[in-house]
Design a binder for this molecule. Structure first.
Ligand code: DC
Length: 224
């Protein structure tokens, strides 16, 4: 069974996806980590981020490994563990170029489908999972929250990771990423028409999870 969870940065989708996967005993696929890893590889190589052919070539090299655990994902790029580095502000500031590349998106979607086919069941999280990657998924969710709440969550995460950032920097980065997520020509961020929409602004993680599980139960996709 494929369960997709899409939404903008700070909507709470990563935590919800991780917790849901752990609860169901499914692997969890963080597709944002794939875009982040390609971004880091392109930055390391000094590639022109406007050069579509060069970006596609970086993605095609496939020198990145994803260790999908029940509650974690560890990312290795060219033999180095980059799990933390792909969450840095430097990578945050450049993912939008990579996310806008049709060639990179084509390659990463192929990889996502291959992972899902190999694993059988998966909770997959991103921007286009229910629209472009898995249009036939059994269950689709779209999470969102106010811009202020999303900024607050992102700030907490980054400070906890030891990044020195201000709320203003996070807000600017979030706005820039929102714009490119929504406006890009290929696979823009859209709620799939058949997705269950959840506004997480005033909900705890446990409440979001309860809503998702209640929906899956109502559709008899999970027991209980
Ligand atoms: O969810 P995240 O913040 O880790 O995503 C990192 C970047 O990748 C962000 O710019 C959006 C982009 N992304 C995407 O375009 N499609 C996905 N399926 C997942 C992430």
């Amino acid at each position: 069974m494929i369960i997709t969870i899409d939404g903008p940065a700070g909507s709470g989708k990563s935590t919800a996806a991780r917790k849901l996967a752990a609860r169901l005993g499914f692997p969890y696929l963080d597709t944002g980590a794939m875009y982040r890893a390609v971004t880091l590889a392109a930055l390391q190589d000094g590639v022109d981020l406007g050069d579509e052919a060069a970006l596609t070539a970086v993605a095609a090299r496939d020198d990145c490994q994803f260790d999908l655990g029940p509650t974690h994902i560890r990312v290795t790029l060219r033999g180095h563990d980059v799990t933390e580095e792909i969450r840095s502000m430097r990578v945050n500031d450049h993912t939008r170029y990579i996310a806008a590349s049709p060639g990179v998106r084509r390659i990463l979607i192929q990889r996502q489908r291959a992972v899902a086919a190999r694993l059988g069941s998966v909770v997959t999280e991103g921007r286009d999972q229910g629209t472009a990657a898995f249009p036939d998924a059994e269950a689709k969710f779209f999470l969102d929250a106010t811009r202020e709440k999303r900024t607050e969550r992102r700030l907490h995460e980054m400070l906890a990771d030891g990044e020195e950032v201000t709320s203003a920097q996070i807000l600017a980065n979030l706005d820039a990423r929102d714009r490119t997520d929504v406006e890009r020509a290929v696979a823009p961020l859209r709620a799939p028409p058949d997705a269950v929409r959840i506004d997480t602004t005033h909900l705890s993680i446990a409440e979001v999870l309860d809503k998702i599980v209640a929906h899956l139960r109502a559709r008899r996709l999970v027991d209980g």
